[in-house]
Design a protein around this ligand. Structure first.
Ligand code: FMN
Length: 184
């Protein structure tokens, strides 16, 4: 059974990007299990001196979740023109492992700012390339998500936004299936 590891780049309570991730989990195509990563804030600062046995437990867990996933799906805010340090830190911890290699990866850019968080998503692509993840263009949705589109349950209610998220997920799942059938 395929599963998709879903990562919000925000550690803020009431985060728009975490709502996007929760919504994507709800919209997951049949037969695919969403696994929402909730430990972003628990990772130590990346330090090559720590990137050896015994690894910090939170890093072991992160790498296990990535290894067991069929694909990655992200949604992140931008701070000061770049991705949040917490998300960059997570990605730095993936460089030392091979778990992300060829992993189909998509995202939702939910920014409502005029610059559309361009710096974040350009550098996200660069960093994911370093980790040998496989960014699937059709699985990368560029859809502003205003706070007003999110219900009290933390789920995006707007039908057009939900549809964009669904399309991205469908493209991601299509990218998984050929990759997994090659292994079998
Ligand atoms: C300190 C700070 C810096 C920010 N810098 C940017 C920025 O450079 N570009 C941008 O598009 N948004 C910027 N924002 C806006 C956030 O990206 C935006 O509020 C986003 O929705 C937060 O995501 P979250 O709700 O998932 O935490 C900034 C917000 C804060 C608090």
């Amino acid at each position: 059974m395929a599963n998709i590891l879903m990562i919000s780049g925000s550690v803020r309570h009431g985060s728009v990007n975490s709502s996007v991730i929760a919504t994507a989990a709800e919209l997951m195509p049949n037969g695919v299990t969403p696994v929402i990563y909730t430990c972003l804030a628990d990772l130590p600062h990346f330090n090559p001196d720590l990137d050896r046995e015994p690894l910090p437990q939170s890093v072991v867990e992160l790498r296990r979740l990535i290894a067991e996933s069929s694909a990655l799906f992200l949604s992140s805010p931008e701070y000061a023109g770049a991705m949040p340090g917490a998300l960059k830190n997570l990605l730095e911890w993936t460089v030392g492992g091979t778990e992300t290699t060829d992993k189909p990866t998509g995202w939702v850019n939910s920014s409502t700012m005029p610059n559309r968080a361009a710096g974040t998503y350009a550098s996200l692509r660069i960093v994911l390339d370093y980790t040998d993840a496989s960014v699937i263009d059709q699985a990368c949705a560029d859809v502003p998500v205003p706070r007003s589109s999110i219900g009290e349950d933390g789920i995006v209610q707007d039908a057009a936004i939900r549809s964009e998220i669904s399309h991205a997920l469908t493209a991601l799942v299509l990218a998984i299936r050929p990759a997994e059938s090659r292994v079998q």
